[in-house]
Design a protein around this ligand. Structure first.
Ligand SMILES: [Zn+2]
Length: 232
């Protein structure tokens, strides 16, 4: 994939996440690994996720230094760079402050697959507790990457979430579905004693619905939703 195609994809990821519950002022960021290079394409600081166009994205190196682009670098760029360094399977990193996942992370409850999407995270959804402040240093970024381990997402106590994927499409959809899955648990546990599916069933649901080519029509659907909004 060339850099322009990647730019388009990351811009859609920003706008999809904004539309699906991850918008928070000018905070939150999405990045993608530039193929075969120690570089990332990342949303710049100073703009809301929903405002991002392909041309706005900046290019940074793995030390967090800007190489290309006009706008500023998010202070928390080390969330991205440190994860890419230790997770060669990860090609997209998302960090946002979605309200339900942030509230859920403050409770320290074990995550349960209450809704269908819960199957994506039921095997592992760690909680990062080293700090509730911004991840402003490579050391804190590395600490977060260590908590994430080989997971698909990590909750950050009193702060937000970080979600990863092998592609921009995968990470974005997992971000959307994480917020929906924890919302279901919050709703259910606020109303009574929820039940949830078994580990085996969750594993089967994950493979049936949320892997590889199965994600493509879902991505296309969310892209159509943001395109429709832009026309109104
Ligand atoms: Zn943050």
């Amino acid at each position: 994939m060339n850099l322009n195609e990647l730019r388009e994809k990351v811009a859609y990821a920003c706008r999809i996440l904004a539309r699906e519950g991850h918008q928070d002022n000018i905070l939150g960021h999405v990045s993608a690994r530039v193929e075969n290079q120690e570089k990332i394409l990342i949303k710049p600081s100073g703009f809301g996720l929903e405002e991002i166009e392909a041309r706005d994205l900046i290019v940074c190196d793995f030390e967090g230094r800007k190489l290309e682009g006009e706008a500023g670098v998010h202070l928390e760029i080390f969330i991205h760079t440190e994860i890419y360094k230790v997770r060669p399977d990860v090609n997209c990193v998302i960090h946002t402050h979605p309200p339900f996942a942030t509230a859920f992370g403050s409770l320290g409850q074990t995550f349960r697959p209450i809704s269908y999407e819960g199957a994506i995270f039921s095997s592992r959804l760690p909680l990062f507790e080293s700090t509730t402040a911004l991840i402003r240093t490579p050391e804190l970024g590395a600490e977060l990457a260590k908590t994430l381990q080989d997971g698909r997402a990590v909750l950050m106590r009193n702060h937000g979430v970080t979600v990863v994927g092998s592609s921009v499409e995968e990470a974005t959809l997992f971000g959307v579905f994480l917020e929906k899955a924890v919302r279901a648990q919050l709703l259910a546990s606020a109303s009574g004693e929820p039940s949830w599916c078994s580990d085996d069933e969750a594993e089967a649901k994950f493979h049936l619905s949320y892997t590889g080519e199965r994600l493509r029509p879902m991505w296309d659907y969310f892209v159509r939703r943001v395109k429709r909004d832009a026309r109104i």
